[in-house]
Design a protein around this ligand. Structure first.
Ligand SMILES: Nc1ncnc2c1ncn2[C@@H]1O[C@H](COP(=O)(O)OP(=O)(O)OP(=O)(O)O)[C@@H](O)[C@H]1O
Ligand SMILES: [Mg+2]
Length: 494
């Protein structure tokens, strides 16, 4: 079209538009900050604000509505500019909080709003996930049926975890809770599981260590780390697990397997308590707000195993919680125990005595993982577990120095062997085939001596030989046993 004609048609259209134009009233609420401090703010003049609405402040700050009063709104700050003071104008953004999601996040360290913390450009993605989302309905769920190997002997054999399970890691400070979670993430290398590691309210040194470990182990390629460290705004610390969950949900909806670690939810509960008390909500037990159970249950219920009609993805969750003096009956630990599908209990006595990972078998349970365990491993582990639990009881008696029958002595000797076997350094992942091999060797009494050297000797032999064998978990007991005996003869003969 020639330029002149195009200009006239444009003018015509504008004239038409002006002819039909009707002025309309566009109402926008304009609130104003009443007070601000400690990561929260009170705002007046926003009568239509709803819970979880995002608020935009004139000078650039952002917040999320967290409490509604008759005449004012309480909000948690998500970004606080230095210029934020009483009197600043506020408007509603008319949307809820979300985070971009997708494979661009793999290998990245981000804050709960998806902003990069690793000096690289912001990860950009068309897909967005809402931080708060309903958990999948029952009809979309499948029974947990596939194992998720952590590479840790004591877990994969005695307290196995299945894909889609929510397994709590509970124990006092410094007993190796994070190490177990990191090991589980590291063991997913090459297994097509996307991992999310959420660090809530941790010291910067702990954050740096976790990132460095995952990077060194080559685990960052398939992992995204969501960080709200101790110095971050409490609002961000509160949102961190929801952001991590939203990222994992994206992959789960695509039919992929995911693993998410919440490190840790005791700190998260304390942050929520702090925010609630600042916003003058009525305190309940241990001064936690009454809905803390709901906060954690709606978070953890989002991890599940979807059925084939819904893509067949899964989200396995490893929430971590800290106890004080081993007190698992405190409010937050009992809440979490009742929400999750089992727990790994770490014991101080075991840790000090050198039994690491310090998982106390008598107090740890996996309510659904056993069904997902490979039937051959389950059969062998069942026998071993009975031996071990009997040994723990017998050992108490043997401490009194009584003379024991020969059969008892033999049981104690076998128990000591298991205890030696179950010790494992961190970051030393072991394959499922290896786990089967040592279980078989133990059940067939091939570990003849309970001296630590003898036990580690045979384990080292298995570790050397198992990767080279063509046998799989389905190969059958006899073939495996023949192979193991063959290796032993070669070793002893040579
Ligand atoms: N299997 C293991 N073998 C030897 N040492 C271990 C093992 N697991 C953990 N540790 C050591 O125990 C210490 C505490 O581990 P970790 O930081 O994982 O514990 P935590 O419970 O997460 O502690 P925090 O309370 O600081 O979060 C670390 O020094 C770690 O090296
Ligand atoms: Mg830790």
């Amino acid at each position: 079209m020639p330029v002149n004609e195009r200009n006239t048609s444009l003018l015509d259209r504008r004239a038409q538009w002006l002819e039909h134009y009707q002025p309309r009233l566009h109402v926008q609420e304009r609130g104003s900050v009443v007070s601000v401090g400690d990561g929260i703010t009170w705002i007046s003049g926003l009568p239509s604000a709803a819970m979880e609405d995002v608020l935009l402040f004139e000078e650039g700050s952002r917040a999320m509505v967290f409490d509604l009063n008759k005449d004012r709104v309480g909000a948690i700050l998500l970004y606080e500019s230095p210029d934020l003071t009483a009197g600043t104008a506020v408007r509603l953004a008319r949307h809820r909080l979300g985070i971009a999601a997708g494979d661009v996040f793999l290998g990245r360290v981000v804050d709960p709003l998806g902003n990069p913390l690793d000096d690289r450009p912001r990860p950009v993605s068309q897909s967005r996930q809402s931080l708060e989302a309903p958990s999948p309905p029952i009809v979309a769920r499948e029974f947990v049926h596939q194992p998720l190997y952590t590479g840790i002997k004591i877990i994969d054999t005695l307290v196995p975890i299945g894909k889609g399970q929510c397994q709590l890691i509970i124990g006092d400070e410094g007993l190796g809770r994070s190490s177990i979670a990191i090991d589980a993430v590291v063991n997913q290398r090459g297994k097509d599981v996307c991992c999310v590691y959420v660090l809530i309210g941790q010291k910067r040194s702990a954050v740096i260590n976790t990132i460095a470990t995952l990077r060194q182990q080559g685990a960052l390629e398939y992992t995204v780390i969501v960080v709200a460290e101790a110095s971050a705004l409490p609002g961000l610390q509160y949102l961190a697990p929801f952001a991590g969950c939203a990222l994992a949900e994206y992959w789960m909806a695509q039919g992929r397997d995911t693993l998410i670690v919440y490190d840790d939810l005791a700190t998260h509960a304390r942050t929520y308590r702090e925010l609630s008390l600042l916003l003058r909500r009525p305190p309940g037990r241990e001064a936690y707000p009454g809905d803390i159970f709901f906060v954690h249950s709606r978070l953890l219920e989002r991890s599940t195993c979807l059925n084939a009609d819904h893509g067949g993805g899964s989200m396995t969750a490893l929430p971590i919680v800290e106890t004080q003096q081993g007190e698992i009956a405190a409010y937050i630990p009992t809440n979490l125990i009742s929400i999750t599908d089992g727990q790994l209990y770490l014991d101080k006595g075991l840790f000090v005595s050198g039994f690491r990972p310090a998982i106390d078998i008598a107090r740890s349970v996996s309510r659904i993982g056993g069904k997902a365990q490979h039937p051959n491993i389950r059969a062998e582990a069942g026998t071993m577990k009975m031996d071990y639990l009997q040994f723990l009881e017998l050992e108490v008696f043997s401490r009194f120095g009584q003379r024991l029958e020969a059969s008892m002595e033999a049981r104690i000797r076998r128990g000591r062997i298991i205890r030696e076997i179950l010790k494992q350094e961190r970051l030393s992942s072991l394959s499922a085939e290896f786990q089967y091999a040592w279980l078989l060797a133990f059940n067939e009494d091939l570990f003849q001596d309970d001296a630590p050297d003898a036990v580690t000797g045979l384990l080292a032999l298995l570790q050397k030989k198992v990767p080279g064998t063509h046998l799989t978990l389905d190969s059958g007991r006899q073939l495996w046993l023949q192979a193991i005996k063959g290796w032993l003869e070669d070793e002893r003969g040579g």
